[in-house]
Write a protein that binds this ligand. Structure first.
Ligand code: ATR
Length: 286
Protein backbone atom coordinates (compact mmCIF):
# COMPACT_ATOMS: atom_id res chain seq x y z
CA UNK A 1 0.00 0.00 0.00
CA UNK A 2 1.46 3.40 -0.97
CA UNK A 3 0.76 6.18 1.55
CA UNK A 4 -1.03 9.09 -0.14
CA UNK A 5 1.59 11.68 0.82
CA UNK A 6 4.66 9.63 -0.18
CA UNK A 7 6.58 10.24 -3.40
CA UNK A 8 5.62 7.85 -6.21
CA UNK A 9 7.79 4.75 -6.44
CA UNK A 10 10.67 5.07 -8.93
CA UNK A 11 11.23 2.77 -11.88
CA UNK A 12 13.52 3.12 -14.87
CA UNK A 13 14.75 1.64 -18.12
CA UNK A 14 18.53 1.28 -18.48
CA UNK A 15 20.07 0.88 -21.95
CA UNK A 16 22.05 2.60 -24.68
CA UNK A 17 20.47 4.25 -26.54
CA UNK A 18 17.12 4.70 -24.77
CA UNK A 19 15.91 8.12 -25.87
CA UNK A 20 13.42 6.69 -28.38
CA UNK A 21 12.09 3.96 -26.06
CA UNK A 22 8.33 3.52 -25.71
CA UNK A 23 8.65 1.89 -22.28
CA UNK A 24 8.09 5.10 -20.23
CA UNK A 25 4.78 5.77 -21.95
CA UNK A 26 3.70 2.12 -21.76
CA UNK A 27 4.31 2.02 -18.00
CA UNK A 28 2.64 5.40 -17.54
CA UNK A 29 -0.45 4.06 -19.35
CA UNK A 30 -0.51 0.91 -17.20
CA UNK A 31 -0.13 3.00 -14.05
CA UNK A 32 -3.08 5.21 -15.06
CA UNK A 33 -5.18 2.16 -15.87
CA UNK A 34 -4.61 0.59 -12.43
CA UNK A 35 -4.34 3.87 -10.47
CA UNK A 36 -0.86 3.06 -9.20
CA UNK A 37 1.31 6.18 -8.71
CA UNK A 38 4.78 5.71 -10.13
CA UNK A 39 7.59 7.45 -11.95
CA UNK A 40 9.27 5.59 -14.85
CA UNK A 41 12.16 7.23 -16.66
CA UNK A 42 14.71 6.19 -19.29
CA UNK A 43 18.34 6.30 -18.13
CA UNK A 44 21.01 6.18 -20.82
CA UNK A 45 23.72 3.81 -19.58
CA UNK A 46 26.72 2.46 -21.46
CA UNK A 47 28.12 -0.91 -20.43
CA UNK A 48 30.90 0.88 -18.52
CA UNK A 49 28.55 3.17 -16.59
CA UNK A 50 25.69 0.73 -15.94
CA UNK A 51 26.76 -0.72 -12.54
CA UNK A 52 27.38 2.73 -11.03
CA UNK A 53 24.16 4.22 -12.40
CA UNK A 54 22.15 1.27 -11.11
CA UNK A 55 23.72 1.59 -7.65
CA UNK A 56 22.87 5.29 -7.61
CA UNK A 57 19.30 4.53 -8.71
CA UNK A 58 18.97 1.99 -5.87
CA UNK A 59 20.35 4.50 -3.34
CA UNK A 60 17.73 7.01 -4.49
CA UNK A 61 14.95 4.54 -3.79
CA UNK A 62 14.60 2.81 -7.17
CA UNK A 63 12.13 -0.04 -6.79
CA UNK A 64 12.56 -1.79 -10.12
CA UNK A 65 14.04 -1.43 -13.56
CA UNK A 66 13.99 -2.72 -17.07
CA UNK A 67 17.23 -3.43 -18.88
CA UNK A 68 17.66 -3.32 -22.63
CA UNK A 69 20.36 -3.46 -25.29
CA UNK A 70 23.31 -3.85 -24.73
CA UNK A 71 23.04 -4.58 -20.99
CA UNK A 72 20.85 -7.67 -20.67
CA UNK A 73 23.65 -10.19 -20.20
CA UNK A 74 25.74 -7.86 -18.04
CA UNK A 75 22.74 -7.34 -15.74
CA UNK A 76 22.79 -10.99 -14.60
CA UNK A 77 26.07 -10.34 -12.77
CA UNK A 78 24.48 -7.52 -10.75
CA UNK A 79 21.67 -9.71 -9.40
CA UNK A 80 21.68 -11.53 -6.06
CA UNK A 81 19.11 -14.00 -7.39
CA UNK A 82 17.66 -14.94 -10.77
CA UNK A 83 14.27 -16.26 -11.86
CA UNK A 84 14.04 -19.36 -14.02
CA UNK A 85 13.87 -17.61 -17.42
CA UNK A 86 16.77 -15.28 -16.57
CA UNK A 87 18.89 -18.15 -15.29
CA UNK A 88 18.27 -20.32 -18.35
CA UNK A 89 18.85 -17.49 -20.80
CA UNK A 90 21.71 -15.72 -19.03
CA UNK A 91 19.94 -12.44 -19.75
CA UNK A 92 17.89 -10.14 -17.53
CA UNK A 93 15.36 -7.55 -18.70
CA UNK A 94 13.64 -6.91 -15.36
CA UNK A 95 15.18 -6.02 -11.99
CA UNK A 96 13.12 -6.22 -8.81
CA UNK A 97 14.44 -4.65 -5.57
CA UNK A 98 14.75 -7.37 -3.02
CA UNK A 99 16.46 -7.50 0.43
CA UNK A 100 18.73 -4.60 -0.45
CA UNK A 101 19.82 -6.21 -3.70
CA UNK A 102 18.33 -7.02 -7.11
CA UNK A 103 16.36 -10.05 -8.24
CA UNK A 104 16.63 -10.58 -12.00
CA UNK A 105 13.88 -11.89 -14.25
CA UNK A 106 13.40 -12.11 -17.99
CA UNK A 107 9.93 -11.29 -19.26
CA UNK A 108 10.87 -11.00 -22.96
CA UNK A 109 10.16 -14.64 -23.75
CA UNK A 110 6.80 -14.79 -21.98
CA UNK A 111 5.90 -11.50 -23.67
CA UNK A 112 6.78 -12.83 -27.12
CA UNK A 113 4.91 -16.11 -26.66
CA UNK A 114 1.87 -14.30 -25.33
CA UNK A 115 1.86 -11.92 -28.29
CA UNK A 116 2.18 -14.76 -30.81
CA UNK A 117 -0.26 -17.21 -29.24
CA UNK A 118 -2.92 -14.87 -27.82
CA UNK A 119 -2.85 -11.71 -29.94
CA UNK A 120 -1.96 -13.41 -33.23
CA UNK A 121 -3.59 -16.78 -32.37
CA UNK A 122 -0.65 -18.82 -33.64
CA UNK A 123 0.04 -22.41 -32.64
CA UNK A 124 3.79 -22.67 -32.05
CA UNK A 125 3.88 -26.37 -31.28
CA UNK A 126 6.32 -28.46 -33.30
CA UNK A 127 7.40 -25.52 -35.42
CA UNK A 128 10.88 -25.97 -36.87
CA UNK A 129 12.42 -22.71 -35.66
CA UNK A 130 15.36 -20.54 -36.67
CA UNK A 131 16.67 -17.95 -34.22
CA UNK A 132 18.92 -15.31 -35.83
CA UNK A 133 21.13 -13.69 -33.20
CA UNK A 134 22.64 -14.79 -29.89
CA UNK A 135 22.80 -11.54 -27.91
CA UNK A 136 20.64 -10.51 -24.99
CA UNK A 137 17.40 -10.33 -26.97
CA UNK A 138 17.86 -13.79 -28.53
CA UNK A 139 18.81 -15.29 -25.18
CA UNK A 140 15.75 -13.78 -23.53
CA UNK A 141 13.24 -15.40 -25.86
CA UNK A 142 14.82 -18.82 -26.47
CA UNK A 143 13.75 -20.61 -23.23
CA UNK A 144 10.13 -19.45 -23.56
CA UNK A 145 9.97 -20.61 -27.20
CA UNK A 146 11.19 -24.06 -26.12
CA UNK A 147 8.66 -24.10 -23.28
CA UNK A 148 5.91 -23.16 -25.77
CA UNK A 149 6.52 -26.46 -27.54
CA UNK A 150 8.36 -25.49 -30.72
CA UNK A 151 10.17 -28.33 -32.50
CA UNK A 152 13.90 -28.16 -33.16
CA UNK A 153 15.57 -24.77 -32.55
CA UNK A 154 18.43 -23.77 -34.86
CA UNK A 155 20.55 -20.78 -33.78
CA UNK A 156 22.83 -18.69 -36.02
CA UNK A 157 24.82 -15.59 -35.15
CA UNK A 158 27.54 -13.45 -36.73
CA UNK A 159 29.92 -14.45 -33.92
CA UNK A 160 29.79 -18.27 -33.71
CA UNK A 161 31.17 -18.40 -30.15
CA UNK A 162 28.01 -16.67 -28.92
CA UNK A 163 25.86 -19.18 -30.84
CA UNK A 164 27.62 -22.03 -29.06
CA UNK A 165 27.37 -20.31 -25.69
CA UNK A 166 23.61 -19.82 -26.10
CA UNK A 167 23.07 -23.42 -27.23
CA UNK A 168 25.10 -24.68 -24.24
CA UNK A 169 23.15 -22.47 -21.84
CA UNK A 170 19.82 -23.83 -23.12
CA UNK A 171 21.00 -27.35 -22.31
CA UNK A 172 18.87 -29.37 -24.73
CA UNK A 173 21.47 -30.76 -27.15
CA UNK A 174 19.03 -33.02 -29.03
CA UNK A 175 16.71 -30.12 -29.76
CA UNK A 176 18.88 -26.98 -29.93
CA UNK A 177 21.34 -26.84 -32.84
CA UNK A 178 24.04 -24.15 -33.21
CA UNK A 179 24.88 -23.45 -36.86
CA UNK A 180 27.09 -21.08 -38.85
CA UNK A 181 25.57 -18.22 -40.86
CA UNK A 182 27.26 -19.76 -43.91
CA UNK A 183 25.16 -22.93 -43.42
CA UNK A 184 21.85 -21.08 -43.91
CA UNK A 185 21.51 -22.04 -47.60
CA UNK A 186 21.62 -25.75 -46.74
CA UNK A 187 19.32 -25.65 -43.72
CA UNK A 188 15.97 -26.16 -45.49
CA UNK A 189 12.65 -24.51 -44.62
CA UNK A 190 11.49 -23.19 -41.26
CA UNK A 191 7.99 -22.69 -39.81
CA UNK A 192 9.09 -19.93 -37.45
CA UNK A 193 11.98 -17.50 -37.98
CA UNK A 194 12.83 -15.04 -35.23
CA UNK A 195 15.13 -12.13 -36.07
CA UNK A 196 16.84 -11.06 -32.85
CA UNK A 197 19.88 -9.08 -33.97
CA UNK A 198 20.36 -5.35 -33.61
CA UNK A 199 21.94 -5.20 -37.09
CA UNK A 200 18.99 -3.44 -38.71
CA UNK A 201 19.24 -0.56 -36.23
CA UNK A 202 22.24 0.48 -38.28
CA UNK A 203 20.51 -0.51 -41.49
CA UNK A 204 22.23 -3.77 -42.44
CA UNK A 205 20.19 -6.98 -42.43
CA UNK A 206 22.37 -10.14 -42.42
CA UNK A 207 22.15 -11.90 -45.80
CA UNK A 208 19.36 -14.51 -45.70
CA UNK A 209 18.38 -16.99 -48.44
CA UNK A 210 14.68 -17.07 -49.37
CA UNK A 211 14.77 -20.88 -49.14
CA UNK A 212 14.44 -20.51 -45.35
CA UNK A 213 10.76 -19.59 -45.60
CA UNK A 214 8.34 -22.54 -45.48
CA UNK A 215 4.74 -22.38 -46.71
CA UNK A 216 3.23 -21.75 -43.27
CA UNK A 217 6.19 -19.74 -41.99
CA UNK A 218 5.78 -17.00 -39.43
CA UNK A 219 8.53 -14.40 -39.46
CA UNK A 220 9.00 -12.36 -36.29
CA UNK A 221 11.29 -9.41 -35.74
CA UNK A 222 11.94 -8.54 -32.11
CA UNK A 223 12.56 -4.97 -33.28
CA UNK A 224 9.74 -2.57 -34.10
CA UNK A 225 9.45 0.60 -36.12
CA UNK A 226 11.96 1.26 -38.91
CA UNK A 227 14.38 -1.37 -37.58
CA UNK A 228 11.82 -4.12 -38.23
CA UNK A 229 11.22 -3.19 -41.85
CA UNK A 230 14.20 -4.83 -43.64
CA UNK A 231 13.69 -8.31 -42.15
CA UNK A 232 9.90 -8.32 -42.44
CA UNK A 233 10.05 -7.00 -46.01
CA UNK A 234 12.48 -9.83 -46.81
CA UNK A 235 10.13 -12.35 -45.20
CA UNK A 236 7.10 -11.11 -47.12
CA UNK A 237 9.03 -11.15 -50.39
CA UNK A 238 10.08 -14.74 -49.62
CA UNK A 239 6.42 -15.74 -49.13
CA UNK A 240 6.02 -15.83 -45.35
CA UNK A 241 2.49 -16.48 -44.13
CA UNK A 242 2.82 -13.97 -41.27
CA UNK A 243 5.23 -11.10 -40.67
CA UNK A 244 5.09 -9.75 -37.12
CA UNK A 245 7.14 -6.99 -35.52
CA UNK A 246 8.16 -6.66 -31.88
CA UNK A 247 5.61 -4.04 -30.83
CA UNK A 248 3.21 -6.58 -29.30
CA UNK A 249 6.04 -8.31 -27.48
CA UNK A 250 7.22 -4.95 -26.15
CA UNK A 251 3.80 -4.27 -24.61
CA UNK A 252 3.43 -7.82 -23.25
CA UNK A 253 6.89 -7.96 -21.67
CA UNK A 254 6.18 -4.59 -20.08
CA UNK A 255 2.92 -5.94 -18.62
CA UNK A 256 4.82 -8.93 -17.18
CA UNK A 257 7.42 -6.60 -15.61
CA UNK A 258 4.63 -4.42 -14.24
CA UNK A 259 3.06 -7.50 -12.64
CA UNK A 260 6.35 -8.44 -10.98
CA UNK A 261 6.70 -4.95 -9.47
CA UNK A 262 3.09 -4.18 -8.59
CA UNK A 263 1.39 -7.57 -8.23
CA UNK A 264 -1.23 -6.84 -10.91
CA UNK A 265 -1.07 -7.43 -14.65
CA UNK A 266 -2.56 -4.57 -16.68
CA UNK A 267 -4.76 -5.17 -19.71
CA UNK A 268 -2.68 -4.61 -22.83
CA UNK A 269 -5.03 -4.38 -25.84
CA UNK A 270 -5.78 -0.68 -25.59
CA UNK A 271 -2.15 0.34 -25.06
CA UNK A 272 -1.10 -1.88 -27.97
CA UNK A 273 -3.79 -0.47 -30.27
CA UNK A 274 -2.78 3.09 -29.48
CA UNK A 275 0.92 2.41 -30.18
CA UNK A 276 0.07 0.46 -33.33
CA UNK A 277 -1.67 3.50 -34.78
CA UNK A 278 1.61 5.35 -34.55
CA UNK A 279 3.85 2.46 -35.62
CA UNK A 280 1.91 0.95 -38.48
CA UNK A 281 3.51 -2.00 -40.22
CA UNK A 282 3.67 -0.78 -43.80
CA UNK A 283 5.20 -3.81 -45.42
CA UNK A 284 4.18 -5.27 -48.74
CA UNK A 285 5.52 -8.20 -50.71
CA UNK A 286 6.35 -5.98 -53.69
P1 ATR B 1 20.48 -7.35 -27.83
O1 ATR B 1 20.09 -7.18 -26.39
O2 ATR B 1 19.65 -6.52 -28.78
O3 ATR B 1 20.52 -8.78 -28.26
P2 ATR B 1 23.32 -7.48 -27.89
O4 ATR B 1 23.40 -8.40 -26.70
O5 ATR B 1 24.34 -6.38 -28.04
O6 ATR B 1 21.95 -6.73 -27.94
O7 ATR B 1 23.32 -8.41 -29.20
C1 ATR B 1 23.22 -7.87 -30.49
C2 ATR B 1 22.96 -8.99 -31.48
O8 ATR B 1 22.88 -8.45 -32.81
C3 ATR B 1 24.06 -10.04 -31.52
O9 ATR B 1 23.51 -11.27 -31.95
C4 ATR B 1 24.96 -9.45 -32.61
O10 ATR B 1 25.84 -10.36 -33.21
P3 ATR B 1 27.33 -10.61 -32.58
O11 ATR B 1 27.10 -11.51 -31.40
O12 ATR B 1 28.08 -11.22 -33.68
O13 ATR B 1 27.83 -9.23 -32.19
C5 ATR B 1 23.93 -9.01 -33.60
N1 ATR B 1 24.43 -7.99 -34.53
C6 ATR B 1 24.64 -6.68 -34.29
N2 ATR B 1 25.06 -6.04 -35.41
C7 ATR B 1 25.12 -6.99 -36.40
C8 ATR B 1 25.44 -6.96 -37.79
N3 ATR B 1 25.83 -5.82 -38.41
N4 ATR B 1 25.36 -8.13 -38.49
C9 ATR B 1 24.97 -9.27 -37.89
N5 ATR B 1 24.64 -9.36 -36.58
C10 ATR B 1 24.70 -8.23 -35.84
Amino acid sequence: MTPIDSAPARFALFGHPVAQSLSPQIHAAFARQLSIPLQYTAIDATAEAFADLLARFAAQGGGGANVTLPLKQQATALCGSLGDGARRSGAVNTLVRNDGGWHGENTDGRGLVRDLTERHRLDLRQRRTLLIGAGGAARGVAPALLDAGIGDLFVVNRTPERTDALADALGEPGRVHPRYMDDLKAMGEFDLIVHATSATRSGSLPSLPMSLIGTRATAVDLNYGDSAIPFLAWARAAGAHDAIDGLGMLVEQAAESFRLWHGRRPATDEVYAELRQRHALLITAD
